[in-house]
Ligand binder design. Structure first.
Ligand code: FAD
Length: 374
């Protein structure tokens, strides 16, 4: 008999899980998404963990696997006849304002390159060569270039995954879901039974699990970024990670996506904060002065999910084997998200993982604080 599998959350984790489950199992799968505050839809991201200086090895292990997994995911989407892929490897440039810091980063990346084929070629970029690559850029910063760095349009990836999911027989329900103690899901005045459920609900996981008596170590963080339509020849620009929070992400035909802010203590607020957008534009304009000639065409706002040690978690709840969870992907969730969604699917289907998930086990972040009264 077909099992009923429900996925709550249509962000990058839930949509990847929906895509692979609908391909690889005969069960009936329903994806429920409220569409509210989705971090993945707000984000346009750089996929390049190899040039990060975060020291946590568990974080690096997961995000470097995540970045490499994009090759598999894009091949799988191509096999499903998708031609306009939302991910491209145009390279990533990480800027540092001191030669010493550029060289330090280059040496770290060189070490990592031995085990990271997807990183591509590495080079030290003196400022003159950067100007040849991006003529509009001013200043004398040096940078490290990894040719395998990728750029992703989060919204386009979700649309592609969800389209394929529906073609594979999956059902999408738009609405706000809640869990009951009777092991059902309530959404849009319907009550749905499940055999297995994946909670890929990003920053909203505490609200979903709270009524079942669980406390979840997740906090929301507001992120804003903006788009500018320029006349620059951006098609082959690499993604640029500048100092501080600002990344400049080039897309085709002159479109630049710039940001993002990392705002704590704003809860689930999705309003546009003009002061923050103006400040980010000023920072970007100090490096690309001609940006001042273009106005902002769009602002995107989303809510990231953070754990107190900034590591994501995913897997099965040991005291409730019907429930699978994933959250806490923070500011690198576009990088790790598809891999996490795929690993959840494999674990659920009892397939070989080839990856040790124990550092990301949910028990460290989810505690039962009261027994269900039903
Ligand atoms: C502005 C911004 C820029 C970013 N830039 C980058 C970057 O450059 N590189 C990178 O790697 N990462 C980046 N990130 C981080 C990345 O986008 C997130 O970590 C990742 O998308 C989280 O995916 P998710 O699937 O866990 O959650 P989400 O994408 O937030 O999806 C969760 C979904 O669940 C839904 N949901 C929640 N509760 C319920 C419920 N009860 N019923 C129904 N639906 C529900 C929500 O509405 C949402 O649609 C950025 C994030 C932001 C906001």
């Amino acid at each position: 008999m077909k099992k009923e599998i429900i996925i709550i959350g249509g962000g990058i984790v839930g949509s990847t899980a929906a895509f692979y489950l609908s391909r690889e199992s005969k069960d009936h799968i329903t994806l429920i998404d409220s569409g509210n505050g989705t971090a993945t839809r707000a984000a346009a991201g750089i996929i390049c963990p190899w040039l990060s200086q975060r020291r946590n090895m568990d974080w690096y292990r997961l995000t470097s696997q995540g970045a490499s997994f994009y090759q598999t995911l894009m091949n799988d989407l191509k096999k499903a006849n998708l031609s306009d892929l939302p991910y491209q490897q145009k390279g990533t440039l990480v800027f540092k304002n001191k030669v010493r810091l550029v060289e330090k980063l280059y040496h770290i990346a060189k070490e990592r390159q031995k085990n990271a084929e997807m990183m591509g070629d590495l080079s030290l970029y003196p400022s003159q060569e950067i100007h040849d690559l991006i003529p509009q850029l001013e200043g004398d910063q040096g940078a490290v270039l990894a040719t395998g760095g990728g750029r992703l349009d989060g919204a386009a990836l979700l649309d592609a995954l969800q389209d394929q999911f529906v073609k594979n027989g999956g059902t999408i329900i738009k609405g706000q879901a809640s869990l009951t103690k009777k092991e059902t899901v309530q959404v849009n005045q319907q009550e749905l039974d499940y055999d297995q459920i994946i909670l890929a609900s990003g920053a909203w996981l505490p609200q979903l699990l709270g009524p079942l008596g669980y406390q979840v170590d997740i906090s929301p963080q507001k992120g804003q970024l903006f788009e500018v339509q320029t006349d620059f020849q951006t098609d082959n620009w690499p993604g640029c990670m500048l100092h501080g929070e600002i990344d400049i992400l080039p897309f085709e035909k002159g479109k630049l996506v710039i940001g993002a802010s990392h705002e704590n203590k704003k809860g689930f607020d999705l309003s546009i904060d003009e002061a923050i957008i103006t400040k980010m534009k000023e920072t970007a304009t100090s490096l690309i002065p001609s940006l001042a000639n273009y106005s902002i065409s769009k602002v995107r706002v989303g809510t990231r999910a953070y754990t107190s040690d900034f590591l994501p978690f995913y897997g099965n709840l040991k005291d409730n084997p019907k429930i699978w969870v994933a959250s806490g992907l923070g500011s690198s969730g576009l990088t790790s998200g598809p891999f996490i969604g795929w690993q959840l699917t494999k674990e659920m289907l009892g397939q070989n993982l080839n990856f040790d998930p124990s550092p990301y086990s949910p028990e460290q972040y989810i505690k039962k604080i009261e027994e269900s009264s039903d």
